[in-house]
Design a protein around this ligand. Sequence first.
Ligand SMILES: NC(=O)c1ccc[n+]([C@@H]2O[C@H](COP(=O)([O-])OP(=O)(O)OC[C@H]3O[C@@H](n4cnc5c(N)ncnc54)[C@H](O)[C@@H]3O)[C@@H](O)[C@H]2O)c1
Length: 337
Amino acid sequence: MANILVTGGAGFIGSHTCAALLEKGHDIVVVDNFSNSKPEALKRIKTITGKDFKFYELDILDFDALDKVFKENKIDAVIHFAGLKAVGESVQKPLEYYHNNITGTLMLIKAMRENGCKKIVFSSSATVYGVDNPVPYVETMPTHTATNPYGYTKVMIEQILTDVSVSDSEWSVALLRYFNPIGAHKSGLLGEDPNGIPNNLFPYIAQVASGKREFLGVYGNDYDTPDGTGVRDYIHVMDLADGHLCAVDYVLAHTGVEAVNLGTGKGSSVFDVLHAFEKACGKELPYKILPRRAGDIAWCYANTDKAKELFNWQAKYDLDEMAADGWNFTKKNPNGL
Ligand SMILES: NC(=O)c1ccc[n+]([C@@H]2O[C@H](COP(=O)([O-])OP(=O)(O)OC[C@H]3O[C@@H](n4cnc5c(N)ncnc54)[C@H](O)[C@@H]3O)[C@@H](O)[C@H]2O)c1
């Protein structure tokens, strides 16, 4: 078992992954600045697992603070979730996004190198496939165009980590390209708790179901898809957490760089997700058709062969279970975490 540093461990995907790491018997050290999360998530990880861990409230832009974490702990590998992730906001605040995500990653890699830790699992995204590649997305496709600054931070960080790995063969890098993580921990203690108006479909639907929002805005019903709404590859956040356990094992045992899709390989439309949530909460949810949003594409889903081959990993949960677990979290936490 290893000692894993988790950046952004109080966030949505990070918190579920921390719980999974502890349950598997790993030790973890968590860092977060709570810019998009709450300390309560950390308490709940401890409640779920019955295990304690070290936490440092710090900004990954602060090299000295990161360096201290490596000096005070023997870290075997890093899972790097910390970053800003709102696509629309990144268009309004490109400098903040480039600085936080890219400079933050540079500080982290520098602290790792100086302390002899050269194994990293990075949270990348399906957004690196841009708009020109055909679905399903395969890891070998070209990835150098994105549609917004957030997407470009992922493209650039993938490049930086690849260059670092080329420069020094001791590095081991897994670039995990997530598709659309939704759902929540089975306990209902952890889930997605966005600040303000949700940017993503699933937490938005959850807020319509709990009466916080009047209706769901569906951006376009005239796409070339079975029901006209956009199709995405939704993946249960616990499946995603499980994918990180495999990626950690992989980077601990190998060197080099690998990009790996983490999705189900199956596309679901906006209406599919809405209907699954209606089934879970037992009522009809109001929606309105709105114009298409700039930058949205019709289809996005993964080819999942590489994750199967390299990690022996496959998503287990279907859309109904994602919706049921998401609703369970919403019901139990009407005011979030
Ligand atoms: N949720 C998705 O749909 C999705 C899809 C693809 C990729 N990703 C990526 O996965 C990662 C985790 O996403 P999430 O959904 O859990 O987001 P999140 O916002 O819930 O978690 C990110 C965490 O990082 C922390 N953080 C941000 N900047 C920091 C800094 N400078 N120093 C310290 N902590 C900082 C935030 O406080 C938060 O707790 C992100 O890098 C995101 O871009 C997410």
